[in-house]
Design a protein around this ligand. Structure first.
Ligand code: HEM
Length: 280
């Protein structure tokens, strides 16, 4: 078996070692917090929230790895994609564990709650889906499944959308954070829809920042009009100023602009110097 910090040939890779170590940080942080008695009167609820948040963050990071690797011309980054996805799965399973603990380990109650509450049903379906992707992520399974492996792992996209919906529903009135998550997801899916040549260039990235920000506004509007009694136009209007602080669409736009800056910097760094040009 290959250790997580080594490649297939058994060579030590600092990037893999760093990502492996980073995967434990949120868990150790919450455990230390809990042991120190600083997790408040409901530590199990805090653990449910914390593990859920970190699960969705690691899944989003795993989705971002392919675009970042291509934009920054850094193929070595792809080596940690599987590890990051599995970390998301581990936090997702811990999330279910703490939920079960909250129900005093009464599996009958857990099951009936999952069957009767829509947001738990979809969270559970997504977790089972991610577990299936995790089990089939070994090198042997990739070889054995051939082209079916790619088809199965395409499910990552709808599964992440499903947990974003789980996040929206449980957030009740204030959905700013899930809207932000949905906006980043929109950026990554729009990037995947671009032709390969555009992904490698620079010109499409400013447009992508604008398109992702507008998608975020659209998602926010859709949520408030379909799922709440709050006037969606007032929420929409709040995007026109910064009086109430930055809205999710502003943050998604800023993230898109940071990407533009990184892509431009990478392209400039990759250009051959004067000596290289003369030699060419
Ligand atoms: C991969 C699967 C899942 C992910 C990524 C996920 C993610 C999340 C996130 C991000 C939150 C919000 C945390 C916060 O507001 O700080 C949350 C809340 C929650 N999730 Fe999940 N979840 C998943 C599956 C499940 C499952 C299977 C269950 C239980 C059957 C579950 C039960 C809950 C509960 C009870 C809450 C808190 C609701 C509240 O505070 O009222 N989740 N989840």
């Amino acid at each position: 078996m290959t250790l997580p910090w080594r490649d297939r040939r058994g060579q030590f890779l600092p990037l893999k070692a760093a990502v492996f170590a980073a995967a434990f940080v949120p868990g150790i942080w919450y455990a230390a917090w809990w042991i120190a008695g600083e997790a408040g009167p409901r530590p199990v609820t805090e653990a449910i929230w914390g593990t859920g948040l970190w699960a969705i963050r690691f899944f989003l990071i795993s989705l971002a790895i392919t675009p970042v690797a291509r934009m920054l011309q850094w193929p070595g980054l792809l080596l940690v994609r599987r590890m990051v996805g599995l970390t998301g799965l581990a936090y997702g399973l811990a999330h279910l564990f703490f939920y079960t603990m909250d129900q005093k380990f009464n599996l009958g109650t857990v099951l009936s709650e999952i069957l009767s509450r829509f947001y738990l049903t979809i969270g559970f379906v997504a977790l089972v889906g991610f577990a299936a992707l995790g089990v089939t992520s070994t090198n042997a399974m990739i070889r054995r499944m051939g082209r079916w492996w790619k088809r199965l792992h395409w499910l990552t996209y709808p599964l992440i959308a499903t947990i974003a919906l789980h996040y929206f529903i449980q957030s009740k009135a204030n959905v700013s954070e899930p809207v932000f998550v949905a906006g980043l997801y929109a950026w990554m899916m729009l990037w995947r829809a671009l032709p390969m040549a555009w992904q490698r260039g620079v010109a499409a990235y400013p447009g992508l920042a604008v398109a992702a920000a507008l998608s975020t506004v659209g998602i926010e509007y859709a949520w408030y009009s379909l799922a709440t009694r709050i006037n969606p136009w007032r929420v929409l209007a709040s995007n026109q100023s910064l009086d109430f602080g930055p809205r999710p669409a502003h943050l998604v736009f800023v993230a898109g602009v940071v990407v533009v800056a990184l892509v431009v910097a990478r392209r400039i760094a990759a250009r051959p110097g004067r000596a290289g040009r003369v030699a060419a």
